[in-house]
Each structure stands twice: as C-alpha cells, then as structure tokens.
Design a protein around this ligand. Structure first.
Ligand SMILES: [Fe+2]
Length: 484
C-alpha cells in the first residue's frame, strides 16, 4: 500500500475510534457507575430473642445495654448509659486510667418510661467529664457482684492535622445482616461511629414487643458501643407515633435511651447538635423536626455554621437521615424539602461530606449543587460545583425491611456510584488536606471494600491556602534547621 493511502487509512481508523468513544460518552452522560453486583439476599428476619447476641449478662440486676457517646463539645467528656432490669441500683460510674484502679467517681441519674403496657428497665445516664485527651480510661458500673467493667479511649485534642478514623453506619436493625455489618465494622479499626439514624426498628413490632426490641438492640450493639462513642442521629423508625397503642409522643423511646450532648453546642433539642472531635467538626441534623426558616433547628444551624473554625477543625461533616441526593426508587425526593432550605449553606460553608441513611442501598454523589434553582427560573438541574459537599448514603446496615434494589434508570448525572447491598463506611482523616474514604460491602458475610476515594478537604484544598500552608511548612522547617 502506498504511504499516503496507508496514512489516510490509519487516520480514518482513529476518527472512527474517536467517534465511537464520543458517542458512547454522550450516551452515558456524566453519570457514574451502577454496580452489577447482585446480592443473594439472606432472609431479612430479626435474630430470635433467645440468640446469644442478645444474651442478658449474668448476675442479679447486672447492667446491660451499655453505650457511650461524646459528652461535650470538644471530646473531654463521655455520657455513659446503661439499663438495670430489676431495680434502680446505683447510677455511679467509677473510672480511672489503669485497670481495676478506679480513682474517680461520677454520679449520674436514673429514669424509666412506659410504652403501651411495657415498662422499661432503669435507664442510667452519667456524664463523665474533665477527662484528659488521648487517654485510655477503664470504667466500672453496677452493684455488688453484678458489676461490669469496660474501657474507652478519649480522642486527641482538637488539632487541624490530627488523624482520626470514623465509621459510618445507618439503618442497622437486628438481623443476621445487621450482625455482619457490626462485626465487619468492629474489624475496621475505626475509633468512633457516626450513626445516621434508624437504630432498632422496634416500631415494626406491636404492643410490648416494641420496648422488648429496643432492649435487645441495646444488648446487640453493646459489644462496640460500650467501648467507643456512637454519635446518634434520628431516623423515621425512632418517631414511633402509634395512636392505636395510645402512644403519640414522637421519639419517646429514643429520647429516653440515647442522650446526646446537645446543650454543649447550644442546641435546644437532643435531636440536633454538634461536636468537635480531633480534626473534625460534626453537625447532626434531624430530618424529622421542623427545619424551615425561623424554626429552632434552622436558627441553631445558622449559628453553628458560623462557629465552625476550619483552621482548628478542617473537616466539616454533616449527618442526617434522609439523603438530599438519592437516585433510588425508595424514598426518592424525600430530601428535597431539606435541600431547598439548607443546600445553599452547605455550599457556602464548603461542607466536606454529608452522610445520610434511610435508603437501604449505597450511593455516592459527585460534587454537585442545585442552588440556582428558584420556582420562577429555568435552572432546575444539579450542576457540577466544586464548593459543594459529596453526598453519601449508607442506609444499608441490614435491617428487617431488606434492600432497596430498584435504582432509577438511567443513572442521573449527579450519581457517581451506587449499589444495592449491605455494608458500612469508614472515613480515615490523614491530615488537614486529605482523608481516605471506603465503603465496605458485606458480600454475604465476607468484608469486601467496594468504593474508595481520597477526599480532599474543601477548605484547605483551595490553591491560596495550600500555598500558604506550604510556605508555613517551609518556614517551620527552616526554623527547625536553623535552631540546630
Ligand atoms: Fe429510615
């Protein structure tokens, strides 16, 4: 073949290839991946009451359902909560920095509540404060021979470059799938849980079984929650509005059982609050409390966002139950009302990541926003926005309602990755600029990391600040060298 003809033929082949690549990408838009993984679903039945994971600890009136959560704004306190089944007993916590050496004592309070004809055990809540940072504490609760001992580690002091690893779990319930999620999470090495709502699914039961299933769930999560703090947020399964049982006070069981440090962040309700931990500022919102303009939650969030100091806590994380960006048929558009109210703030304050639950599947968005939409304008579609958060739905803990397997087709451009299976996430903060994120699919009992990416900090990622940081490092290195 003459050289000119050969070149023309090669050019034609390249053009054909380019055409196919371009037409394929046009067909797929910018949308991400819908995983082809199909989970052979285990039965989503709750674990029976007599299973060992719900075992009642031995001894008369022994403390059970032990769990801890952060007790203040900065991580120098914990709230320890437990239940004694037969009599109030003591609400005292003995604690110290070496095993069996309990040099300190904190005094808590006890309460109980009724739900239909069920009367709860005696619920103890004790604030243990004034702790040292980055220290392992041992603690002891209960009376006589029935006492029990646990331990926890306080976080490092607030510092922009402190590494810290969070786990994210949602919609857990108490099935065998829930157990797999919990066990896999406990192997992850994460130091605290950010829980995105829907705890026990006790509201799927009737009469006294509602209370009984709150108790089994408390014993179920104790294996983790007694040793490291779980930061709680509410889901719809905590509302428990059951007029047919004569129960109409929303969140009655949840509020009696799962305290939060809301006063420390100037919140008027345990349902929305904020904490700072290591290098993160975590804001917890309630999808099921009024949040439109001028409501307490709206007013509080406006003020809390102003309190965020990215120079001290570079990572700004928001938790809520109902996802704002979701492309599953389940609960589609349910987050739209909160998006309309809060999305502009999330973009303005450069929130790094927003975790939600509710949808029993996994999904991650690109950085997008829809803040230009107004009812009289034409722009009404999410667009790429570098200042916007990444939205992640982790409502796949494994509860008895099963998976949300029907994603909308085609996959919207805002959706980067989605898969209908069970799992949990981890967010491993490395320093002020980088964090590693993983979503771990359970894969029928095996822990399989499935979605992973490097999260760049929204505040310290800006070119100007990066340059400033580099200059600062250079100066401190020069300073160190010159001091030798
Ligand atoms: Fe939910």
């Amino acid at each position: 073949m003459p050289k000119v003809v050969e070149t023309q033929s090669m050019l034609l082949q390249v053009l054909i290839l380019v055409f196919f690549v371009l037409s394929a990408s046009v067909k797929n838009g910018n949308a991400g991946i819908t995983s082809t993984f199909i989970r052979s679903e285990w039965p989503s039945n709750d674990i029976p009451l007599d299973h060992e994971v719900f075992a009642v600890p031995k001894g008369h009136n022994a403390p059970q359902q032990v769990h801890i959560t952060q007790g203040d704004y900065n991580g120098k306190a914990v709230i320890i909560s437990w239940v004694t089944p037969d009599e109030p007993g003591t609400s005292k916590v003995q604690y110290g920095v070496s095993k069996k050496n309990y040099d300190f004592t904190a005094e808590g309070a006890v309460r109980n509540y009724t739900f239909y004809n069920y009367t709860s055990g005696y619920i103890h809540q004790c604030l243990v404060d004034g702790l040292e940072y980055d220290t392992k504490y041992y603690y002891k609760i209960g009376n006589g021979d029935s006492y029990r001992e646990f331990w926890f580690q306080t976080p490092p002091k607030i510092n922009p470059d402190t590494p810290y690893k969070f786990g994210i779990i949602g919609d857990l319930g108490q099935t065998y799938n829930s157990l797999a999620t919990l066990e896999h999470y406990m192997q992850s090495g994460a130091q605290a849980v950010l829980f995105v709502g829907d705890l026990a699914y006790a509201d799927r039961y009737m009469y006294n079984d509602v209370g009984i299933r709150w108790d089994t769930w408390g014993r179920f999560v104790e294996r983790s929650a007694a040793y490291q703090p779980w930061m709680w947020s509410v889901g719809n399964h905590e509302i428990e509005y059951m007029p047919y049982l004569g129960e109409v006070i929303p969140f009655k069981s949840y509020l009696n059982r799962y305290p939060t440090p809301h006063l420390a962040s100037k919140s008027s309700s345990p349902l929305w609050y904020a904490i700072r931990r290591a290098s993160a500022h975590i804001i917890v919102l309630s999808s099921y409390s009024p949040f439109v303009k001028y409501t307490p939650e709206w007013e509080w969030l406006q003020e809390e966002l102003e309190r965020v100091d990215r120079e001290k806590t570079p990572w700004l994380i928001v938790l809520m139950h109902v996802p704002i960006y979701n492309s599953n048929e389940a609960h589609f558009m349910e987050g739209e009302s909160m998006r309309a109210v809060f999305e502009e703030w999330f973009v303005h304050y450069k929130v790094d990541v927003i975790f939600a639950g509710h949808v029993h599947a996994y999904e991650r968005s690109y950085r997008i926003s829809n803040i230009h939409y107004n009812v009289s304008g034409g722009d009404c579609y999410p667009a790429a926005d570098e200042s916007a958060p990444v939205y992640i739905t982790v409502g796949d803990g494994g509860n008895q309602e099963g998976l949300a397997e029907r994603f909308r087709d085609p996959q919207p451009d805002y959706s980067a990755f989605r898969e209908a299976s069970y799992g949990h996430s981890t967010l491993e903060i490395k320093n002020r600029t980088h964090a590693l994120y993983h979503w771990n699919r359970n894969d029928d009992g095996k822990k399989v990391p499935t979605d992973a990416f490097v999260l760049h900090n929204q505040y310290w990622g800006s070119n100007l600040r990066r340059r400033k940081l580099k200059k600062h490092h250079l100066r401190s290195v020069v300073g160190r060298v010159s001091s030798f």
